[in-house]
Ligand binder design. Structure first.
Ligand code: SF4
Ligand code: SF4
Length: 225
């Protein structure tokens, strides 16, 4: 899932300063699960904006903060449902991830769409209130060679062959709070009886499959119309 967190309210208020009719749009998928931008959070943010504006004496019949939530902001077919509300607003405050914000901006051409969240990473909930990064979307997965533990996202240096000399008692030299990914990989490979596979040095990574080649695309020729 994509993990995000809400921007500070002061930053959001600065962003929407000058607009009178704001539509706060939640997303019902990843950001609902990570409790950053779902229906509940959209309602809370809309209320916070109303309260802040009321404190400033800005509320009047001409000023309005409304809210709506779609199932997925990153797919156009879900956005038609809010077209009327978007048309009635001066600015849309998206609580989707960066893809959701951009999908809304493309769908509602000419409408100001602003991000209420900071999109952080692809990850999973570790326990209540804690989400961790698991994948950096490198475009050339090596999990088959690392026991299902990602060295790109989880090693602080993204080392393809580790550990580095800073690994101490299973922890990363960057912080005692961070497990050394390569220690985790070693332990996992050992438990799988595959330790000998770590003797094969992984070749330098082709970063062209990552960001160096510009915006990436996935094309399925069999599905193109
Ligand atoms: S190797 Fe690349 S694709 Fe695979 S989990 Fe890590 S970052 Fe993601
Ligand atoms: S200590 Fe481990 S996780 Fe940290 S940079 Fe070195 S190999 Fe990577």
């Amino acid at each position: 899932m994509i993990v995000a967190e809400q921007k500070p309210v002061a930053e959001i208020l600065r962003m929407i300063d000058g607009y009178r009719r704001i539509l706060v749009v939640g997303c019902g998928t990843c950001v609902t699960v990570c409790m950053a931008g779902g229906e509940k959070e959209a309602g809370i943010l809309a209320s916070l904006i109303r309260m802040a504006w009321a404190r400033e004496g800005r509320l009047s019949p001409l000023i309005d903060v409304s809210e709506a939530t779609v199932e997925r902001q990153c797919e156009w077919e879900f956005l038609g449902d809010i077209a009327e509300k978007v048309a009635a607003s001066d600015a849309v405050l998206s609580m989707g991830c960066g893809a959701g914000v951009q999908a809304m901006a493309r769908m509602f051409e000419g409408k100001v769409v602003l991000p209420a969240l900071n999109t952080k990473f692809i990850g999973m909930p570790e326990r209540q209130g804690l989400w961790t990064e698991l994948c950096a979307g490198c475009g050339d997965c090596v999990l088959d060679r690392t026991g299902g533990i990602c060295p790109i996202a989880r090693c602080s240096k993204s080392l393809l062959n580790g550990p580095c000399g800073g690994s101490q008692n299973g922890k990363c030299e960057v912080s005692k709070d961070i497990d050394c990914a390569w220690q985790l990989i070693f332990d996992r490979m050992k438990s799988l009886g595959r330790l000998e596979a770590l003797g094969t040095v992984l070749p330098p990574k082709d970063w062209f499959k990552n960001r160096d080649g510009g915006p990436r695309k996935v094309v399925r020729e069999d599905m193109l119309l």
